[in-house]
Every structure is written in structure tokens, then in C-alpha cells.
Design a binder for this molecule. Structure first.
Ligand code: UDP
Length: 379
């Protein structure tokens, strides 16, 4: 579909990016990660050959174990910052999905230098190789770049407002902003580059180890442990199912008008974090013997004793730009997301008695929601 979006200022006289009649090969950096592994599955289904590059820090072999027998799939263990390896892999690809990144607030705060190296130098390495080989690139960015911007819903051309450099949380957003600048600068040279900002994306295979709230709440609820809501719980987010995110990425890749642009990809179903906790407890309560977890409010200073944290009050994407171009919109609601995450986490934790039917039944009942608990002593 052709639309009114502006193309990047293509100044290069070199030939357009490659299109070959044989099976198209996609390189997914971060291909064993949470989003990358779902994207790999989707591209294989669409007939692509897929190379997944991953250093297995936050990505996991188990995420793609089931694909390893596929003749069209290969997993390359390596670092996206290694420019020789990146160049070799990019030169064999028809399109690159650059998803490799250090993500998760807890990881960014615990390894700020390593995170910045991966998130900035890795992207530079991919874009330089893609430019040399004339290969289209889709660069994953994040809603974090909006920072503390107060205007809602958030639009791609809004001003971006980050916090002080002494608060390391913002290093992730700053790194991703640089990635977008780099991508758009290469687009001006004629390289087809599409940047997309993923808003809170959730689904099976995401772990709570690096701070992501939904799997953390689900794990706590499944284990009957307290759920810690940071601050007063009135901060809000919109959670997108990873399968919807992957559909959006694939549609952007197929759009001839997308290069040279930045797109929001997110859900517009807003929920406060306190309500999220209540919904998780209600959904899991059906399956863990009716002994729901307590919800406790935890001050930020206790949640992040190392400091460097500042929360974002509200996040809500304007998705009209991607809708105009591709007609994409999220199909799965928060209840679908919670059902899928609960099933996946229950399986990962060895709690196989949880069934989708039980969760659906519980969701259909009038909610008997647990009260907010006190902060446990010692925290
Ligand atoms: N959060 C929480 N408890 C947790 C983890 C996160 O209350 O165990 C809150 C966090 O402070 C934020 C929201 O949940 O307000 C979303 O956090 P996440 O790290 O998943 O995403 P982001 O902050 O990047 O939107």
C-alpha cells in the first residue's frame, strides 16, 4: 500500500537494496531473545531463511531450541559488537532485524557500561555493515525514548524529555535515541532503514529477571509470594502481546514507504500497575488453590537501593502512523496476554496444573479482588 508518509532524503546513486528470487534470508540480531525468537518463528512460517545472532546474555537457547532442527534456521552465537562477525552475517542477508540490545531496568542499572556498548556500538556495527552490503535494516527502538514527556498519546514526532545523566535509567533511552539518529542518518544515504519504538511488550518467554513487571507479578502470584508494586501503583502502562508486536514488525518490513521513518508499536489499552497486580492475582488465584498473593506497595528507594532510578508516570502510544501505512492494530487484549503469560510461566516453574480453561473461567467471574497489603517489615 502506498501512503502519504515522507520518504527519507535518498541521496545515494548506488543501486537499491537487494531483491533476489531465491528464498529471502533474514538476519535477526538478538534472535534468541524474547521478541527475536517469536519473530524468527513468524518469518520461518512466511518462508524466509533465518539466521539468529545472539550472545545468549539475555537471550536463551531454549527460546529457539524447537527451531534448531529446521533446515531454514540457524543460530549463530556471537556478539553484535563484533564487527567482523556482523559484516559476515549481514553480507549473506536480504534484510536485517536489529533487535540485539541490553534491556530491562535492572540490567541497565547493574551494567551501565556494557549496556551502552551493546546498544550503541552494536547498532553502529550493524548499520555500517548493512550500508556496505546494501541490505535493508529494521532497528528496534523503545518507548523509553519519550522519557518524561507529558503529552499523551505519544507521537513519533513529539519532543523527547530524558532525566539527568546521574540517573542511569536514562542511559538506555539515550542509547536508543542515538540508534535512531544513526539509522535515520544512514537512511539519508539511501539505505532503507526503518526504526520502530516498542512499547511495553509482553508474552511467553519473557522473564522477570531484568525487571519486567508482568512476568514478575505472575511468578510471584503463581508461587503465592507477595507482589511488590513500586511507588503508589498509580503509574500506568499499555501492554502489547508479543505476537501483535511481531506482526507489526513484519508489516513494516514489507512496506515500501516505511524506510526513513520511525513508528510506534504498542497497545492503547491502559492499566495502572496496581490494577495490573490485582488482575494478575485474580487470574492466578483460580489456579493456585484459592490462596491469593498479597499486594504490597514498595517505595522506589527500596525497590532500587542502588539508586539511579526514576519511574515514568504514564505511557500511551499514538499508533495512527503505523495504522495509516499498514492497517496494523493490536488484536490481543490484556486478558489474553495474562492468560498466555500465566500458562507459560506456570510451565516454566513446573506448575503444570494451571490450565487456560481455569484462567478463562476466573476472568469471566465478577472479581473478588485482594486488598492492598502492608509493606512487609524489613523492606
Ligand atoms: N514495577 C513494579 N514492580 C515490579 C517491576 C516493575 O511495580 O516488580 C513497575 C515499574 O516501576 C513501572 C512498571 O511496573 O512503573 C513497568 O515496569 P517495567 O520495568 O516492566 O517497564 P517500564 O518501566 O520500562 O515501562
Amino acid at each position: 500500500m502506498v501512503n502519504a508518509l515522507p520518504h527519507a532524503d535518498a541521496r545515494s546513486t548506488r543501486p537499491a537494496f537487494r531483491l533476489r528470487s531465491r528464498q529471502r534470508r533474514a538476519l535477526i540480531t538478538g534472535g534468541a531473545g524474547f521478541v527475536g525468537s517469536h519473530l524468527a518463528e513468524s518469518l520461518l512460517e512466511l518462508g524466509y531463511a533465518v539466521t539468529a545472532l545472539d550472545n545468549l546474555t539475555t537471550g536463551r537457547r531454549e527460546n529457539v531450541e524447537h527451531l534448531l532442527g529446521e533446515p531454514s534456521f540457524e543460530l549463530e552465537i556471537g556478539d553484535v559488537v563484533d564487527s567482523r562477525l556482523t559484516s559476515a552475517l549481514v553480507s549473506r542477508a536480504d534484510v536485517v532485524f536489529h533487535l540485539a540490545a541490553a534491556v530491562g531496568v535492572k540490567l541497565i542499572l547493574s551494567d551501565p557500561i556494557g549496556s551502552l556498548r551493546t546498544n550503541v556500538l552494536g547498532t553502529e556495527s550493524v548499520l555500517r555493515a548493512a550500508h556496505d552490503c546494501r541490505v535493508k535494516v529494521l532497528v528496534a527502538s523503545t518507548s523509553e525514548v519519550y522519557g518524561k514527556a507529558v503529552r499523551l498519546p505519544q507521537r513519533e514526532d513529539d519532543d523527547l524529555r530524558l532525566g539527568a545523566t546521574s540517573l542511569h535509567r536514562w542511559s538506555y533511552a539515550a542509547g536508543k535515541m542515538l540508534d535512531e539518529f544513526l539509522g535515520l542518518a544512514y537512511a539519508r544515504l539511501g539505505l532503507p532503514v526503518v526504526c520502530f519504538r516498542l512499547f511495553n511488550t509482553v508474552g511467553p518467554r519473557q522473564t522477570g529477571a531484568y525487571g519486567m513487571v508482568v512476568p514478575r507479578f505472575v511468578d510471584a502470584a503463581l508461587c503465592g509470594e507477595p507482589i511488590y508494586v513500586y511507588g503508589d501503583g498509580s503509574q500506568s502502562r499499555c501492554f502489547l502481546h508479543v505476537l501483535d508486536a511481531v506482526k507489526a514488525i513484519v508489516q513494516l518490513e514489507r512496506s515500501e514507504s516505511a524506510p526513513g521513518n520511525v513508528f510506534n508499536i504498542g497497545s492503547t489499552e491502559s492499566v495502572t500497575i496496581l490494577d495490573l497486580a490485582r488482575r494478575v492475582v485474580a487470574a492466578v488465584g483460580a489456579s493456585n488453590g484459592g490462596c491469593p498473593s498479597q499486594i504490597a506497595l514498595l517505595p522506589y528507594a527500596d525497590a532500587y537501593p542502588e539508586g539511579g532510578f526514576e519511574d515514568i508516570r504514564r505511557r500511551l502510544p499514538d499508533i495512527s502512523k503505523i495504522r495509516l501505512l499498514t492497517d496494523w492494530r493490536p488484536r490481543l487484549a490484556l486478558d489474553d496476554i495474562l492468560r498466555d503469560v500465566i500458562m507459560a510461566r506456570a510451565e516454566a516453574l513446573g506448575l503444570t496444573e494451571v490450565t487456560g480453561e481455569e484462567i478463562r473461567e476466573w476472568n469471566a467471574r465478577p472479581a473478588a479482588l485482594p486488598a492492598v497489603g502492608a509493606i512487609p517489615a524489613g523492606l
